[in-house]
Design a protein. Structure first.
Ligand code: NDP
Length: 254
């Protein structure tokens, strides 16, 4: 049974792996035996994060590039493949948040959100899929959100980007499932990360969230480990195009 979830001999690339949810997923995948490559824009932050992940003999490499820059992505993936080897698992996690009423939302913020949360997933997946399709095998995990399903005031553009991620996951499945790839998404509920600093520090939001979440609490980063290992491993070989909500029940209960 445990071999179903064993990632020994597999290499995973995690975009935005220097902190928060990406870092937690890197921890989960190394724990299951994978070699991981963490990406982000800051080489210093990556070096520190990699050091923290190197426990119990975990193999951790870094790759600094901006996932919003198509040419940098192509070069970054080629560099990983020549320096480290084939990428078996891709986690498209890098993402940002910008909050403002939609009628006051600035063009720059809209484009930054779409570039980071959506366009990057296309650039990185297209580049990594070349090798996966040639080998007839690969796992892609896109990080969606409860906002793939539900809106909330002041984050309409984020909601649009995460809704698109859910459907891009289905589209990748349509194009690549027959060629040996499994593409699924994890939709986290609310987790205490730098992206959510403003919400974590707001006692009114905190009280509302704990009441609104059937599980009655914020997510803990380790709550994401199981879904990440499942979707990265052979245990999910016939699961395709799905979005798994790890949200304490938010989208199931009004
Ligand atoms: P954080 O802000 O904590 O971390 C974001 C990571 O993405 C950092 O490693 C950052 O590194 C990297 N990143 C941002 N922009 C780029 C870029 N252009 N190129 C490369 N790397 C980049 O965010 P979270 O961990 O909270 O969020 C991670 C993902 O999870 C996002 O997609 C988010 O939308 C999603 N999510 C988060 C939830 C939460 O409750 N926190 C809930 C649902 C979904 P650097 O800045 O150095 O580049």
């Amino acid at each position: 049974m445990s071999r179903l979830f064993d990632l020994s001999g597999r290499t995973a690339l995690i975009t935005g792996g220097s902190r928060g949810i990406g870092h937690a997923i890197a921890q989960a995948l190394t724990g299951a035996g994978a070699r991981v490559v963490i990406n982000g824009r800051s080489a210093d932050a990556l070096a520190q994060a990699a050091q923290a992940l190197r426990v119990d003999g975990a193999q951790v490499d870094t790759a600094a590039f901006d996932v919003c820059d198509s040419a940098a992505v192509t070069a970054g993936i080629a560099d990983i493949e020549s320096r480290i080897g084939p990428i078996d698992i891709l986690v498209n996690n890098a993402g940002i948040q910008r909050r403002a009423p939609l009628d006051q939302f600035a063009d720059d913020d809209w484009h930054a959100l779409m570039d980071t949360n959506l366009n990057s997933v296309f650039y990185v997946s297209r580049a990594v899929a070349q090798g996966m399709l040639a080998r007839g095998r690969g796992k892609i995990i896109n990080i969606a959100s409860v906002q793939s399903e539900l809106a909330r005031p002041n984050i309409a553009p984020y909601t649009a980007s995460k809704g698109a991620i859910r459907n891009l996951t289905r589209g990748m499945c349509a194009d690549w499932a027959a060629r040996g790839l499994q593409i699924n998404a994890i939709a986290p509920g609310y987790f205490d990360t730098p992206l959510n600093k403003a919400l974590v520090e707001d006692p009114v939001f905190d009280a509302w969230l704990c009441k609104r979440t059937p599980a009655g609490r914020w997510g803990r980063l380790e709550d994401l480990h199981g879904a990440a290992v499942f979707l990265a491993s052979s245990a999910s070989d016939f699961v395709n195009g799905q979005t798994i909500f790890v949200d304490g029940g938010i989208v199931s209960v009004i």
